[in-house]
Design a protein around this ligand. Structure first.
Ligand code: GLY
Ligand code: MN
Ligand code: MN
Length: 241
């Protein structure tokens, strides 16, 4: 029953994100993208937001709990939106990062691909018996290898410069639900986030891709699989709107 409520919260979030993508354009204020999202979730019967909506364009996307949302989304920048609908007490927690004008630059796409690889690797790796710490170690390795390829760092230990949070937290009735210790093992039925990110001030690029995972008997189910994250799909959606 709880998973069904969460799936509805995620579906409402997905529909609202599609509305945001349909209307996003250069010159809009961050709070207008926030308003598009929040209008759409309330219209669909959500209780409200799971937490204050984060809508950070350009360098604002590199601030982890940016919720001022007062800047203009400039042409050529990315808009990072970390948000979620709460439905009958259950919280979705999703992040997507969109190009404001509908096209990723080469540099933005290169960073995006690294974050996406980390997100997908965690979804393939998470299973019962693992700890959140182990998952974060897997995430850090993928991000570090990517940052070395991008020429941002020289060795894996430097990844803390561009990735300074953890990839997972428990999720449910609270967006940061009752946490087990970092070394406690995951069990089937637990729901956790999958949220790698890279925050590169000097390039004014902040990218996070966050999904919600249900731990199953032998792996996990990505409850938010349907929310588009592939860069070609995002560009296609925004061009055909
Ligand atoms: N939106 C809060 C978080 O992703 O943990
Ligand atoms: Mn989030
Ligand atoms: Mn989260």
């Amino acid at each position: 029953d709880e998973v069904a409520q969460l799936k509805t919260a995620i579906e409402i979030t997905d529909n609202a994100l599609q509305y945001v993508m349909k209307h996003l354009e250069p010159g809009m204020a961050e709070y207008q993208a926030q308003a598009d999202f929040e209008y759409q979730i309330m219209y669909q019967g959500a209780d409200g937001t799971s937490f204050p909506t984060i809508a950070g364009s350009g360098a604002n996307g590199t601030m982890l709990h940016y919720e001022t949302n007062r800047d203009i989304c400039e042409d050529g920048t990315l808009l990072l939106m970390d948000l979620g609908a709460k439905y009958q007490g259950y919280c979705a927690d999703i992040t997507r990062t969109y190009p404001v004008n509908g096209h990723f630059t080469q540099q933005q796409r290169a960073v995006y691909e690294v974050v996406l690889e980390a997100n997908r690797t965690i979804a393939k790796t998470a299973r019962p018996g693992m700890t959140l710490r182990e998952l974060n170690d897997v995430c850090k390795k993928v991000l570090a290898e990517g940052c070395i390829r991008l020429g941002l760092i020289e060795n894996e230990e430097e990844i803390g410069t561009y990735y300074m949070h953890s990839v997972s937290h428990h999720l449910g009735i609270d967006v940061h639900d009752v946490n087990t210790l970092e070394n406690d093992k995951l069990l089937p039925g637990m729901v956790i986030s999958d949220e790698p990110g890279l925050y590169i001030d000097e390039w004014e690029i902040g990218i996070r891709i966050e999904d919600d995972l249900l731990i199953t008997e032998d792996g996990c189910e990505v409850l938010s699989e349907q929310i588009i994250r592939d860069p070609d799909e995002i560009e296609g959606f925004m061009q055909n709107r």
